[in-house]
Structures are given as structure tokens and as C-alpha cells.
Design a protein around this ligand. Structure first.
Ligand SMILES: Cc1ncc(COP(=O)(O)O)c(C=O)c1O
Length: 547
């Protein structure tokens, strides 16, 4: 059933702004409290603006036309309106999280074709609107699918500002302020970790940060490898847990060590590395003539959200002379929280830490850091001394401010400003509140799961990952065994399909070790409330009770 709503000038209704005069919306009721809000008429001011852009192309805007800045401003204004609408719809619980279309439908509904001719500006605006309409709203309070979520306004503005300045971070010359900010933020992060000395840099994602850590460890183990490669080198062995992120395996492949070099240490029923098994695996590798050199502990595993025992793993690394890396891509942001930082006790003993602010604290993608205890190592390991870029005789500043040779990248985007802006806006206390709120929601959800018939909590949450199963009435009384497992395994994919087509929420699922498919809720966004947690359980029941 459709109901037409109207709102007056400049008002905000259900999170949907009106920029100019009156506008109307149609609520498409999807049942079960989920409705999609669709604007059917643009406000008249906005419509006039789009008309002003009729017949205009890129040639009528900066930098091609320096005279007609009016068109440039109109175009930007219209684009920004679309983004603002997206932001408000994202936070409107009655809007869909996902408007799922098949690849064929996407190609049919959107004019994505690129031709040799220019496209008029108003068409670019129209297609952008449609593209966003078919894009997943990862900032929606009902998005729990991935280890990133939330649409933070200060972070978003930081992203826009960085994109506008479009600096590359390799030299102070290119990024004087952003480079200074990067240095400052990395130092504050190292202080939170507890490193008294050190260095750090941003990399394009946690996988690359982990690989860079492995690369540093290898360089430290044998600096000659930088010149000689792996020739004549003993077979190196890497250790991470069975539930550690797959990027460790990919890093070993990329660095030429091979998948067989990665020893996956057994985990306990909560997902933590069994430290005695680590010791046993190291001794086993030694007995096979391999050289253990890198241990990757995980602070917040991808599926279960488990925190490895960093103190015990630190002891083992000391004993066997291994580099101690902590993959805190997901879970290290507990360092902001007085209540939860005990989960990473011992992290200060690590040689390196991967920590992604783009995960638990909602910094827009990407913002991934690698923090290193040894101050000169990033540079020593990666430097290639390109003379055209890192001139040693620069007259205006100390060339040690040029960070570009600390990485294998050349051009490097500014991923730090958005994080700095968020941290500046909220203060450390605000980030602590963000973390505590996400954790509180996960604990509330876990308690509700325990109380509800037909739901089973599989692991007591450590990070905000909440792993559970829904058993429809038809399987509840089945005896345990392969038949029941086959039924249980088929339930999450079917419920997932239904929630996606309905657009009501997004929750992931997977098997893990001997557990067949189950749901994994990831709670991050500051918009999420206890009521949303209740909604998730109600909705899963609604979608799956007939299975
Ligand atoms: C524990 C862990 N480490 C590393 C990564 C990789 O991070 P990114 O997606 O930024 O490459 C992930 C991704 O989810 C992760 O969960």
C-alpha cells in the first residue's frame, strides 16, 4: 500500500531532507515494518538548478572553462544534495539496506555505457542518483554484514576534504599538513599500544599491513635478503592460528615463502590460539629444518572475534627468537576503551601491530595502520632512494620528514585526515564511547539470544562479533547428527537470500571448523540501538520460521 507524505520547507522527516520548497515521498510498505522511501518529486529549487545544467558538459566547468564557475557550483551543489539524501536515507530505518538487482538488471536500469562522446551534466547527476539507490547502505543501522560499517559525518567530510586536496603522502613537500597529521596520529596510536619508540605508516588495508609486517620481520631476520632474495636462505616458517585472517597466507605467497610455510595453530572452542600448540608447532618446524621467524597473533578474529593471549604468545616469541606481530586490524580499537582494553593485554610486547581504524571505529574506507616498535626498520627495509623524488639536498626541510621510502608504494593517498578529523571532533572519550556502545549492543544481543526459544548462542562474544544459530520449529526436535547438520547448514543461506531481497537488513553467515553455517553479527555503527538488536532476532524468526 502506498501512502503519500509531504513535508514543508527545509524540514527533515524520517531522515530525508528537503532542500528547497515542498516535496513528496511515497512510502512503499514492504510489510513487517520495513518501508522504502522514494522521492517522487524533486523540490522546485533543485529542479531549476538541474534545468540550468541542461545542455552543459564538462567543458562548461572548471578546469576547462574558467569563466563559467556558476555551472561548476550548480553541478557540485546538485551532487552534494544527492549525497546528503543518501546519508539521510541511510539513517532512515524504513529505507532498504540493499536494493538487490542482478547484473543484467543493473545494466538494464542504469546507463553505464561509456562512449566516445561527452555526457551532459544533468545525466551524470541522474545516473549517480540511480547508482546510489542500488548501492548497499553500509552506514544503515541494520547493516551487520562486514567488519566495517557506519557513516560518520565528520569522517565523510574528512574524506571529501582529502579528495579535494588530492595530495600524495610521500613527501613533506606534497603533504605538509597531512604529513604532519599522519606523524602525530601514528604517535598517539603507538602511545595507546604502549610502544615507547617506533614508527608506523598507513597501508592500503589490513592485508597489506600484515604483509608489510612479515616483510619487516624477514628483513630483520636476514637483511641480506633485500639484495640476495631468498637464494640460499633456510626455509622460513610463519605461525598464525586456524582462525587468523587469510591475509597471512596470501602474504606468504606474495613474499615467495609459499603456503606450506604457514603453520596454522589450533584454536580452542572460543577461537583463541592454543599457545601450547604454538610452541609445539614451532618445535616441529625446527625439527624439519625450517626457521620459525614470524608469529601473527590475532586481536579480534574475523569470525568469532576472539582475542589471542598476547602475553603468552609474547613469551613464546621471546623464547624462540620470532618476530611478534599482532593483527589487530579488527579488534585493536579496544585500546580506546578503559572497559575493554584488557582484551589486548600484552600488546606492547609486540614488534608490530596492524590496526584498522576503518573497522571498529567507523573511519571511512580505507584507514589501515602498521605500527612498528623498531624506529628505522620501515625505511631500511623498503628504501630504494629514488633521486627524482627523495632528494637528499632539499633546502627547506629535514628530509627525514619524507615518508615515501618507508613503503613499497610510490603515490600514497591521504587516509589519515578523515581519522584525525573524527578523533579531533569526538576526542578520545568520544571514540571510547563509540567502542563501548558497540560492545554493549553485542552483549545485549547475546543475552536476548540466550533467552529466545529457537536461538542458540555459539560463542560468548569477546569483540562485537555475535555468532548464533536460528533453529526453525521443524529442526528443533531433530536428533543431533549429519541429517540435522545438513538442515542447519541450509538455513542461513535461505534466510540471507530472503533478507537481501526484502532489503530489511544484512547479516553474514559462514561455517567455522566443525560448526556448519551460522550467523555472524558484526556491530559497529554508532546508530545501532538495543531495539535494532531486537529487530534482528524478530526478523530472522519472521524470515525463517517456515523453513
Ligand atoms: C583479523 C583481520 N585481519 C586483517 C584483515 C584484512 O583487513 P583489510 O580488509 O583492511 O585488508 C581482516 C579483514 O576483515 C581481518 O578481519
Amino acid at each position: 500500500m502506498d501512502a503519500v507524505m509531504s513535508s514543508s520547507n527545509g524540514s527533515v522527516k524520517n531522515g530525508s531532507t528537503t532542500v528547497g520548497t515542498k516535496h513528496h515521498e511515497v512510502m512503499h510498505n514492504l510489510g513487517d515494518g520495513v518501508a522504502a522511501v522514494k522521492k517522487i518529486k524533486m523540490d522546485s529549487q533543485s529542479q531549476q538548478n538541474v534545468q540550468l545544467l541542461d545542455g552543459k558538459t564538462f567543458k562548461d566547468m572548471l578546469p576547462w572553462s574558467e569563466n563559467d564557475t556558476g555551472v561548476t557550483d550548480e553541478f557540485i551543489g546538485e551532487m552534494v544534495n544527492i549525497l546528503k539524501n543518501f546519508l539521510h536515507e541511510t539513517h532512515d530505518r524504513s529505507s532498504k539496506v540493499i536494493n538487490f538487482k542482478s547484473p543484467d538488471e543493473i545494466l538494464k536500469e542504469l546507463d553505464l555505457d561509456i562512449t566516445e562522446h561527452s555526457t551532459e551534466l544533468h545525466e551524470l547527476i541522474d545516473v549517480t542518483k540511480k547508482i546510489l539507490d542500488l548501492s548497499v547502505k553500509t552506514g544503515h543501522p541494520r547493516f551487520y554484514n562486514q567488519l566495517f560499517a557506519g557513516l560518520d559525518v565528520t569522517g565523510l567530510m574528512g574524506q571529501w576534504a582529502s579528495a579535494t586536496a588530492n595530495a600524495s603522502m610521500y613527501t613533506f613537500e606534497m603533504a605538509p599538513v597531512f604529513g604532519t597529521i599522519e606523524k602525530l596520529v601514528l604517535k598517539k596510536m603507538r602511545e595507546l599500544v604502549g610502544f615507547k619508540t617506533g614508527d608506523g605508516l598507513l597501508f592500503p588495508g589490513g592485508s597489506i599491513s600484515n604483509m608489510q609486517a612479515m616483510n619487516l620481520a624477514r628483513y630483520k631476520f636476514n637483511p641480506n635478503m633485500k639484495e640476495e632474495g631468498l637464494f640460499g636462505c633456510p626455509r622460513l616458517a610463519v605461525f598464525t592460528s586456524q582462525e587468523g585472517h587469510y591475509s597471512t597466507v596470501k602474504a606468504a605467497v606474495t613474499l615467495g615463502l609459499g603456503t606450506k610455510s604457514v603453520k596454522k595453530v589450533k584454536t580452542d572452542s572460543n577461537g583463541k590460539m592454543i599457545t601450547e600448540e604454538l610452541r609445539a608447532e614451532i618445535i616441529k618446524a625446527q625439527s624439519h629444518g625450517e626457521r620459525p621467524f614470524f608469529v601473527c597473533a590475532t586481536a579480534g578474529t574475523t569470525v568469532a572475534g576472539a582475542y589471542d593471549d598476547l602475553e603468552k604468545i609474547g613469551d613464546i616469541c621471546n623464547e624462540f627468537g620470532c618476530w611478534f606481530h599482532v593483527d589487530g586490524a579488527w579488534g585493536a580499537s579496544v585500546l580506546f576503551s578503559k572497559k575493554y582494553r584488557h582484551l589486548v593485554k600484552g600488546i606492547e610486547r609486540a614488534d608490530s601491530v596492524t590496526w584498522n581504524p576503518h573497522k571498529l571505529i567507523s573511519v571511512p574506507l580505507q584507514c589501515s595502520t602498521l605500527l612498528v616498535k623498531d624506529e628505522g626498520l620501515l625505511n631500511a627495509c623498503n628504501r630504494a632512494d629514488a633521486k627524482y623524488l627523495f632528494q637528499k639536498d632539499k633546502k627547506l626541510y629535514d628530509v627525514s620528514l619524507d615518508t615515501g621510502d618507508k613503503t613499497f608504494q610510490c603515490g600514497r593517498p591521504n587516509d589519515i585526515y578523515k581519522f584525525w578529523l573524527m578523533w579531533k571532533a569526538k576526542g578520545t572519550n568520544g571514540l571510547e564511547e563509540h567502542v563501548d556502545r558497540a560492545f554493549d549492543n553485542s552483549r545485549y544481543l547475546a543475552e536476548q539470544i540466550k533467552k529466545r526459544e529457537g536461538f542458540e548462542l555459539l560463542i560468548e562474544p569477546e569483540c562485537t562479533n555475535t555468532c548464533f544459530r536460528y533453529l526453525p520449529p521443524s529442526v528443533r526436535d531433530m536428533p543431533d547428527g549429519p541429517e540435522k547438520n545438513a538442515r542447519l547448514s541450509a538455513i542461513p543461506p535461505e534466510i540471507k537470500k530472503r533478507m537481501t531481497l526484502k532489503g530489511s537488513m544484512m547479516v553474514g553467515y559462514q561455517p567455522l571448523k566443525d560448526r556448519v553455517n551460522f550467523f555472524r553479527m558484526i556491530i559497529i555503527s554508532a546508530a545501532v540501538t538495543h531495539e535494532d538488536m531486537d529487530f534482528v532476532l524478530d526478523e530472522i524468526e519472521r524470515l525463517g520460521k517456515d523453513l
